[in-house]
Design a protein around this ligand. Structure first.
Ligand SMILES: Nc1nc2c(c(=O)[nH]1)N[C@H]1C(S)=C(S)[C@@H](COP(=O)(O)O)O[C@H]1N2
Ligand SMILES: [Mo]
Length: 318
């Protein structure tokens, strides 16, 4: 297995003056809150909305994509801690508690620690990432996420050379999560993982918003992973813990049905799910007569990510 380092990735200097302006806005807003003793709790919504709606576009945002109507992305969800259907998470998620929120970063790093979300955001550059998103169930959407590179956050913890994988863990809130409370289906908490080079890839983001607004709870607020070239189940919601590991973590779906959901889960039209074809997909919000979309290898991001899998048999490592 070839582990590429961040050096292989084209330079990611951001020159857009909006980025600096936005960072200043965040810092000023945070400073004001701290001075007046206002907690994030009270002013999060307003401040975030103001900033989130004005973030510059990442260089990976594809302008040619037709964005999925927000109503569809916000009301057709997979959130198994809450429900096994797509319709209920949007209402059930409203009782999740997401403020205050902290993220623990540990494992093979020089500087482990637990960080408040606002402290993380203060250090990161938010951008808009318009990405295709493909669920393993063969529906898809195009979402304008607001977020920052996972790699940028990992670098602040100074990964050791022994860090080969990244494990991400979702929140446990059995009081607000019916399926977690009943120990139904998956082993909770929800866990996902990436190889370190996948985690450091600039396409891999942690999202805190979508459609120019803060992330709805049902979509994984306040902080969720988005890996656009992999099936949606890799994009873990409500992240509370990030661990850098020597060995691959066992992810929730992989553990539940290892023959159906691989660790890699790269979108691949030529590798069918044991029970259905992955050849095409139904774009959310498309009409009954709209033709299905042909699914693309790596969900159309091959130019950016194919090198990560150069020497791998994608049928074996599905
Ligand atoms: N914690 C958690 N994260 C999760 C899931 C989940 O059930 N729990 N479902 C995954 C799946 S299968 C998909 S397709 C996407 C759905 O994200 P969306 O509801 O924002 O469209 O979230 C992923 N992340
Ligand atoms: Mo999914």
């Amino acid at each position: 297995m070839i582990i590429k380092t961040i050096k292989n990735i084209p330079g990611s200097e951001i020159t857009d003056p909006l980025v600096f302006q936005q960072r200043r806005t965040i810092i000023k807003a945070m400073a004001a809150m701290m001075l007046t003793g206002t907690s994030m709790r009270n002013s999060w919504g307003d401040t975030a909305k103001q900033i989130w709606s004005a973030v510059p576009k990442s260089r990976f945002s594809a302008d040619a994509l037709t964005i999925t109507p927000a109503d569809h992305a916000k009301n057709y969800n997979n959130y198994y801690e809450l429900a096994f259907n797509k319709e209920d998470p949007s209402s059930l998620a409203q009782s999740l508690r997401i403020d205050p929120w902290s993220v623990e970063i540990g494992g093979e790093v020089e500087k482990p620690g637990t960080y408040q979300l606002e402290d993380i955001l203060r250090q990161q550059t938010l951008q808009e990432y318009i990405y295709r998103f493909r669920c393993v169930e063969a529906w898809s959407m195009v979402v304008p996420w607001v977020g920052f590179e996972l790699g940028d956050l990992l670098k602040t913890a100074k990964p050791l050379s022994s860090a080969k994988f990244v494990k991400l863990t979702s929140v446990q809130q059995p009081e607000a999560m019916p399926k977690q409370r009943n120990n139904a289906m998956l082993e909770w908490p929800y866990v996902e993982g990436l190889r370190i080079d996948e985690a450091m890839h600039p396409l891999t983001i942690l999202a805190v918003g979508m459609y120019g607004d803060i992330l709805p709870k049902q979509n994984g607020a306040p902080l969720r992973l988005v890996v656009p070239w992999k099936y949606g189940f890799k994009s873990i919601k409500a992240v509370v813990k990030i661990e850098l590991l020597k060995r691959p973590p066992i992810s929730s779906w992989n553990k539940f049905a290892p023959n159906e959901y691989g660790f890699y889960a790269n979108v691949n039209p030529d590798v069918p799910h044991p029970r259905w074809s992955q050849n095409s997909e139904r774009p959310l919000g498309s009409g009954f007569f709209t033709p299905r979309r042909q699914t693309e290898l790596f969900n159309g991001y091959g130019e950016q990510v194919a090198y990560l899998y150069r020497d791998m048999d994608l049928r074996h490592f599905f």
